[in-house]
Design a protein around this ligand. Structure first.
Ligand SMILES: Cc1ncc(COP(=O)(O)O)c(C=O)c1O
Length: 385
């Protein structure tokens, strides 16, 4: 049987998340809902600590289980994945192992997550020039990227989905154009992996990063960096540590030998509790079908968009289905105030800047969507949107 026919139904998936007993959790773009499996995994971590004192071997196995499950999700080999602490660190590893002598430009965009863009900007001190593709009404197209590409681009950075408004970018088209210019392609999949297919063979990217805490349903603390196998690295990672060594347990302070695979990008002790949580969250994701997950969140997004537009509510998220990820965002003068108003009514969204982000996962249903529409329209009776 193929995965699609074995995949959990949305209702079966939802039953793993106790928060839906009384809340409409629509903020996975900020933090995924807590599942029964993560609760069990975290208590297993506590028990192992309480009973065995320092079971490092067992704990490191969990890091490898999390790595392996992420590898399965993105169709990569576990050896092509480094376990790091956050996306900024992953971006730093990529930026710091490139040379900007021959190719000096990094191309990113105005809807990039700021932390990643900041790492690119910080390469200015190493001679890199950073350019931004602008957005028009929250949309960036492949043509916008293609028109901005230069022959001296070292790195082209493109998120799978933008954190700001859920724009789903045409990564493969951009990657093909960037590769034709000889540039490398970095994909921040943080706002998509788990509900938007992130198959590195299809995206054809050179690097891909995602953390476990959002759509992968784990806890903060662990992030994965995929590096295309065989990619030539001009420099060794200057930020390093014992888990980047060929033999981490050789304990030789004089020997700086980098692992042959992507572990060369690791540093020090990984966040073990986050590895337990991440492995558990990923186990649930792997029981779903990525194409079906995307269809599910797009259908809920269609409903939200239609209802909001019919009521004259202005949106920041793109209208076209083909450009939308797992998010519908509503423009609001006081996004924090609207978010707090909804939270008091048990509807959890994520305010960010000029909008509230309503994010959708495979666990969300029409009832959640109706609750948020009702809440926003109720709020509008007493406040300007
Ligand atoms: C697209 C995207 N990338 C990265 C991050 C997190 O970056 P970091 O792990 O460096 O905190 C977020 C979190 O909000 C995000 O939305």
């Amino acid at each position: 049987m193929d995965l699609a026919s074995q995949a959990l139904t949305p209702d079966a998936f939802r039953s793993h998340f106790p928060i839906f007993e009384d809340k409409a959790h629509l903020c996975s773009c900020s933090e995924g809902a807590l599942s029964d499996r993560v609760i069990v995994a975290m208590s297993e971590f506590m028990t192992s600590w309480r009973v065995h004192g320092a079971p490092w071997h067992e704990w490191m196995d969990y890091v490898d289980i999390a790595r392996g499950r992420f590898a399965e999700l993105i169709h990569a080999d576990p050896g092509d994945i480094a376990v790091v602490s956050c996306a900024s660190e992953a971006a730093y590893h990529v930026a710091s192992t490139l040379s900007y002598e021959k190719r000096s430009r990094i191309l990113t965009n105005d809807l990039e997550f700021p932390s990643v863009a900041h790492v690119w900007l910080a390469q200015g001190q190493r001679g890199a020039a950073v350019d931004f593709v602008g957005h028009k009404d929250g949309v960036i197209t492949a043509e916008d990227y293609v028109a901005a590409l230069h022959d001296d681009d070292a790195l082209v950075s493109v998120p799978l989905v933008s954190y700001a408004n859920g724009l789903r970018l045409p990564v493969r088209e951009i990657a093909d154009a960037a590769h034709a210019k000889g540039a490398r392609v970095f994909v921040d999949a943080y706002q998509g992996a788990g509900v938007v297919p992130a198959d590195v063979r299809e995206l054809d990217c050179d690097y891909l990063v995602s953390g476990t805490l959002k759509y992968l349903l784990g806890a903060p603390g662990i992030c994965f960096l995929y590096v295309r196998p065989g990619l030539e690295l001009p420099l060794d990672p200057p930020l390093t540590g014992w888990f980047a060594r060929k033999e981490p347990f050789a304990f030789n302070p004089r020997l700086l030998d980098y692992a042959d695979d992507a572990r060369r990008f690791q540093t020090g002790t990984p966040a073990i509790p986050a590895a337990f949580a991440g492995a558990a969250g990923l186990s649930l994701i792997l029981e779903t079908d990525p194409a079906r997950n995307l269809e599910h969140v797009l259908a809920l997004g269609d409903y939200l968009q239609e209802e909001f537009l019919r009521a004259g509510v202005a949106l920041f998220s793109p209208r076209e289905r083909s450009r939308r990820g797992p998010q519908v965002s509503v423009l609001a003068q006081d996004a924090e105030g609207l978010g707090a108003y909804l939270a008091e009514r048990g509807v959890l969204v994520s305010p960010r800047g000029q909008a509230i982000r309503i994010s959708l996962h495979y666990y969300n249903n029409l009832d959640d969507a109706r609750r948020v529409v009702e809440g926003v329209l109720e709020y509008r009776k007493g406040h300007a949107l």
